[in-house]
Design a protein around this ligand. Structure first.
Ligand SMILES: NC(=O)c1ccc[n+]([C@@H]2O[C@H](COP(=O)([O-])OP(=O)(O)OC[C@H]3O[C@@H](n4cnc5c(N)ncnc54)[C@H](OP(=O)(O)O)[C@@H]3O)[C@@H](O)[C@H]2O)c1
Length: 280
């Protein structure tokens, strides 16, 4: 990677996103850190710029829980950059309790899947123009417990936060496989991954701080964000995967995902319902 590369990382102010931003900034690439909170974003930006010495690292604010914010972000991004060679859809949320996005969708499906679905589809043309390019969707092993509840996609009838998270992470993989198929002639690869169990801010409510104590308790058993970032970095940088597409990785190896993640009808149905939900 060098300064002809433009890399966009979502959720780049914390955990693995920040570790990925730092490593990629050290290659000299132009990095855009997509963060939802200005204060947290600016603090992370300063840190990444200082440690990497790369002044081409920029912060852009976007709330993936708001379709309007995503559309405004994409318009601004296209004004500032005429290329996008690596898109890392890393941001994620898992929260006990039922929350909704600005547009009224269940939060975890809304941010983890729909937010990235809209962001990616809005930026796909630019990536095709910038090819070769890579899209990396950070999923989770939790997808194996997931189902897409088409009849109650917002889980209003039967909510469990874990169910909602697993649904969103299965959606990440179905989206990966479907998009890879659509882009297979375009030299834009699309892959997904499970980073392992990583000690980050996942599960902590940013407004109330709920979850901080539990996370502290478990942190010694988890990988560091730097270790957790390795498979994503591998997919972004490694020469041997430059042509690999439509795959799911764990520990830098292509592995099989759950049986239903390969269901093409389900992927198509999810694509259609997602298009409707994001008003494409
Ligand atoms: N940690 C694990 O064990 C683990 C395991 C499997 C998969 N994963 C996946 O790894 C990815 C990275 O998570 P992490 O563990 O590094 O957690 P993290 O430290 O909590 O980072 C999550 C990032 O997502 C951002 N985010 C949340 N909601 C957002 C929104 N509405 N708009 C924009 N950004 C938003 C957060 O911003 P704020 O800081 O402002 O909240 C934060 O920067 C996630 O997709 C997660 O599902 C993690």
């Amino acid at each position: 990677m060098d300064n002809t590369d433009v890399v966009l990382i979502t959720g780049a102010n914390s955990g693995m996103g920040k570790a990925i931003a730092l490593k990629l900034a050290q290659t000299g690439a132009r990095i855009v850190m997509l963060c939802r909170n200005k204060e947290r974003g600016e603090a992370a930006l300063k840190e990444v710029q200082k440690l990497s010495g790369n002044t081409g690292v920029q912060l852009m604010i976007c709330d993936l829980a708001s379709l309007k914010s995503i559309r405004a972000f994409c318009a601004e991004f296209k004004k500032k950059y005429d290329r996008l060679t690596v898109l890392i859809n890393n941001a994620g949320v898992i929260l006990p309790g039922y929350y909704k996005t600005v547009d009224g969708y269940e939060l975890q499906f809304g941010v983890n899947h729909l937010g990235h679905f809209l962001l990616t589809t809005e930026l796909t043309d630019l990536m095709v123009e910038s090819a070769p390019a890579r899209i990396i969707n950070v999923s989770s092993g939790a997808h194996k417990m997931g189902k897409i509840h088409f009849e109650d996609i917002n889980l209003e009838k039967k909510y469990k936060f874990w169910r909602a998270y697993a649904q969103s992470k299965l959606a990440n993989i179905l989206f990966t496989y479907e998009l890879a198929e659509k882009l297979k002639e375009k030299d834009v690869t699309v892959n997904s991954l499970h980073p392992g169990a990583v000690g980050t801010s996942m599960g902590i409510n940013r407004d109330t701080g709920f979850g901080t104590f539990i996370m502290k308790l478990f942190k010694p058993f988890f990988q560091t964000p730097e270790k957790g970032a390795q498979t994503t970095l591998y997919l972004a940088l490694a020469k041997e995967v430059e042509k690999e597409t439509g795959k799911y990785y764990y520990r830098k190896k292509s592995v099989t995902s759950s049986k239903q993640s390969y269901d093409k009808d389900m992927a198509k149905k999810l694509w259609e319902i997602s298009e409707k939900m994001v008003q494409l």
